[in-house]
Design a protein around this ligand. Structure first.
Ligand code: F6R
Length: 368
């Protein structure tokens, strides 16, 4: 049942190329139009949308953070991303022209469910991005984009996250198509870049032994920092969450630009700092990241850098380099998160923890 793997989580990490491919299947008509089968909101309803609010918890929330970058970039519609548990209690501004997007792997998370119930009382349309057919959140939503990860059994979300990202990109492109903010050939180009992702994720998985070796060097580590920028920022947060929940190690993710506003005080000799470096095509972003890495290293940090293939600017400042396939910055989370999943899974295994059933956690959180 675990396909020869020790944990469901490891099996699910390795299923990601298939999960991403399945989530993309059948989304393009022969005429090259994007088609979402359970969209159920009319083009006119979508054209009326002037604000998107994404609500989710945990890993799904980080997928929502990536979605904000994609939706705003491709559609120019303002997007807010909010933790479901905070949303309801702050009297949010909602009306019929607000599209609320609820992201939930299980479809049963109580905080998210209560948030969409509240949104619907305010006449907002609710679209669910969900992995579980027939679960409560999609049943109570106006429209659904199902992810096709297949059942996720490991408590820590992995293939659920990657397929949520795919669904978010599809939603962003679909909105762009309906609203006419992007031309068909641009949408087509991104779809082709997405269709190349399964093979690229497979290449990252083929390098797993190098990540496992790195994990073995960190068994006695008490704290790890993760840095990212742009779409790499949520990846840093997700990498830190995985390490907390599986290895029970203190871990924190930061937007790299925030370092100088406080967190840099944490840097001490030998502290591992994992850095998600933006692709070289985005030189301004990438160069800022490189100088951040230089700064933490000058203060004694051990820098572990996730860097696009062929980018050597970082080499002098990296203690460890992990290579990523070349993808556009908005899609980079799909490949960059995979080494972080492997790292947390392996480190927890080496520390003797139960990876599929971490202490104090449940797969679906049905209490508020
Ligand atoms: C982390 C994790 C949790 C869930 C969160 C939301 O690995 O699994 O943070 O992402 O509880 O769950 P769903 O997506 O089912 O609403």
């Amino acid at each position: 049942e675990k396909d020869g793997h020790d944990w469901f989580m490891r099996k699910e990490i390795h299923e990601q190329p298939r999960a991403v491919a399945d989530s993309l299947l059948g989304r393009r008509t022969p005429e090259g139009h994007l088609h979402l089968d359970e969209m159920r909101l009319s083009d006119q309803e979508l054209r009326d949308v002037d604000k998107v609010i994404i609500i989710a918890c945990g890993t799904s929330f980080y997928a929502g953070m990536v979605a904000k970058y994609a939706i705003e970039h491709w559609t120019r519609v303002p997007v807010e991303v909010e933790l479901a548990s905070e949303f309801r209690y702050r009297d949010p501004i909602l009306d019929y022209s607000t599209l609320v997007v609820a992201i939930s792997q299980s479809g049963e998370t109580a905080d998210t469910l209560q948030a969409i119930r509240h949104a619907r009382t305010q006449r907002s349309k609710v679209l669910a991005i969900c992995n579980t057919n027939g679960s409560t959140i999609p049943r109570e939503s106006d429209a659904v984009i199902y992810t096709h990860a297949g059942p996720e059994i490991g408590v820590a979300s992995t293939k659920g996250f990657l397929t949520q990202l795919v669904a978010c990109y599809l939603l962003a492109l679909y909105l762009a198509q309906v609203k006419g903010t992007r031309y068909g050939d641009e949408i087509d180009q991104v779809m082709r870049q997405l269709e190349a992702i399964p093979e690229q994720v497979q290449r990252v998985l083929d390098d797993a032994p190098a990540i496992y070796e790195m994990a073995a060097d960190h068994i006695d580590t008490r704290s790890v920092l993760f840095l990212g920028r742009h779409a790499g920022y949520p990846v840093a947060l997700e990498g830190a969450l995985k390490l907390k929940e599986l290895a029970y190690i203190h871990a924190e993710g930061f937007a790299a630009g925030e370092l100088k506003h406080g967190p840099i005080a944490l840097i001490e000799d030998g502290l591992p700092v994992l850095c998600v470096v933006p692709p070289a095509g985005r030189d301004q972003l990438r160069d800022k990241m490189v100088s951040g890495i230089q700064e933490v290293r000058a203060r004694g940090a051990r820098t572990i850098c996730l860097v696009e293939d062929g980018d050597d600017a970082i080499t002098p400042y990296a203690d460890v380099i992990i290579r990523l396939p070349r993808v556009p910055v908005l899609l980079q989370p799909l490949v960059a998160v995979v080494p972080l999943q492997l790292f947390a899974c392996e480190l927890a295994t080496l520390m003797g923890h139960d990876v599929d059933q971490p202490r104090n956690l449940a797969k679906s959180v049905t209490v508020e």
